[in-house]
Write a protein that binds this ligand. Structure first.
Ligand SMILES: CC(C)(COP(=O)(O)OP(=O)(O)OC[C@H]1O[C@@H](n2cnc3c(N)ncnc32)[C@H](O)[C@@H]1OP(=O)(O)O)[C@@H](O)C(=O)NCCC(=O)NCCS
Length: 114
């Protein structure tokens, strides 16, 4: 199953710290803050969260519980928390692959659930 999302970076321009903290995990915020274009990265993570919901066709999933991390090469993945494991189990799935891309104006992500 597959999900895709694209978002305008400007959507996040006026968000408060509280707003970010409601959607993004501490590690996601820490990662993005390392970059000058912080909201480009966060917008990409947001696209992953939307795409994951689309791939599973499950609008009951909490965005704040989907955490995007990176391996040593910078490749992103969804943290395999108990919550994610339980969601995947519920949908009889076991593996998730994600890909993110962003530029000045837009971010996009694709999520594949097997
Ligand atoms: C990793 C790479 C593919 C990213 O591409 P890009 O066009 O610079 O940037 P994009 O906006 O499309 O993608 C950025 C996202 O790629 C993802 N990414 C980074 N490293 C990755 C990797 N090793 N594998 C898969 N995805 C990766 C990340 O999710 C990143 O976004 P994030 O940091 O916000 O999570 C690119 O920088 C790279 O290293 N290419 C290697 C080949 C190369 O250097 N060629 C140069 C030839 S001149």
């Amino acid at each position: 199953m597959i999900g895709i999302d694209i978002e305008k970076i400007s959507r996040f321009e006026n968000w408060t710290d509280e707003g970010f903290k409601r959607i993004f995990t501490e590690k996601e915020l820490e990662y993005a803050c390392e970059f000058e274009n912080k909201i480009e990265h966060l917008c990409g993570f947001y696209c992953v969260k939307e795409s994951f919901v689309k791939a599973l066709d499950d609008t009951g999933i909490h965005f704040s519980q989907i955490e995007v991390l990176h391996n040593e090469n910078g490749k992103p993945y969804i943290n395999n928390t108990r919550y994610i494991q339980s969601i995947l189990k519920e949908h009889f799935k076991s593996r998730v692959e994600i890909s993110i891309s962003h530029c000045k104006d837009y971010a996009t992500a694709v999520v594949l659930v097997e």
